[in-house]
Write a protein that binds this ligand. Structure first.
Ligand code: 3PG
Length: 210
């Protein structure tokens, strides 16, 4: 499958891509199972913790899970993410180094933009699916509505400041395929191992388009 097709599949899997930070490796598989049970098969595991790569490896074979790694910046991170079993990578922006590495290590990328010029540069490089980051502080819904008129050929996944309250508004725009956010797996619920509650939040998120 080519990179664009994989990213299209990732973005079409559900209305929300949970952005998950895992500090304890033993939480990784229960979180993945809880998200799948709630209808969110696709997740981004952030590389912010020591166990992040192990967590990606731990969930890679959970049935139905599509696991990605973010934030990718360097070539080594792309290599590590791919080796761990990530199916896709996410970045808040883009660079030549990053894009070259994702081609070299064959890891489909959802790169980030927050201006028309960045979005156009990415489109020129073949990326019609882009993360819009940081969504809320880069103009949010109104900016994306303007971009839908000016650049209808680009599809966005807004992330950063997207919440259970405002996600639906973003998802109504014609250029929004899904949103990303950390609200699905709050730290307190992960710490207490409340997987049922995480499934409930995921279920609500997965029904946002209904
Ligand atoms: C990210 O890494 O994409 C963001 O930190 C997620 O943003 P949120 O915490 O506002 O959802």
């Amino acid at each position: 499958m080519n990179h664009n097709k994989t990213i299209a599949k990732v973005c079409n899997a559900a209305p929300v891509i949970p952005v998950v930070t895992i500090s304890r490796i033993e939480d990784a598989r229960p979180i993945a199972h809880a998200l799948v049970a709630g209808g969110l098969p696709c997740l981004e595991i952030t590389l912010r913790t020591k166990v992040a790569l192990d967590a990606i490896a731990a969930v890679a074979d959970v049935e139905d899970v599509i696991v990605g790694a973010g934030t990718l910046i360097t070539s080594d991170q792309v290599n590590d993410a791919k080796e761990a079993g990530a199916v896709f990578g996410v970045s808040p922006g883009f660079s030549t180094t990053l894009i070259d590495a994702t081609k070299r290590f064959d890891l489909p990328l959802l790169p980030g933009s927050s201006t028309a010029s960045e979005a156009m540069q990415l489109l020129e490089k073949g990326f019609s699916y882009q993360k819009f980051f940081p969504a809320a502080s880069s103009g949010g819904f109104e900016k994306l509505r303007s971009l839908a008129e000016a650049l209808p050929q680009i599809t966005f996944c807004p992330t950063g400041g997207v919440t259970s309250e405002n996600a639906k508004q973003y998802l109504k725009l014609p250029n929004i395929i899904c949103v990303g956010g950390s609200w699905i797996t709050p730290n307190a619920l992960v710490s207490s191992g409340d997987w049922k509650k995480i499934t409930q939040i995921a279920r609500h998120a997965s029904a946002l388009l209904e």
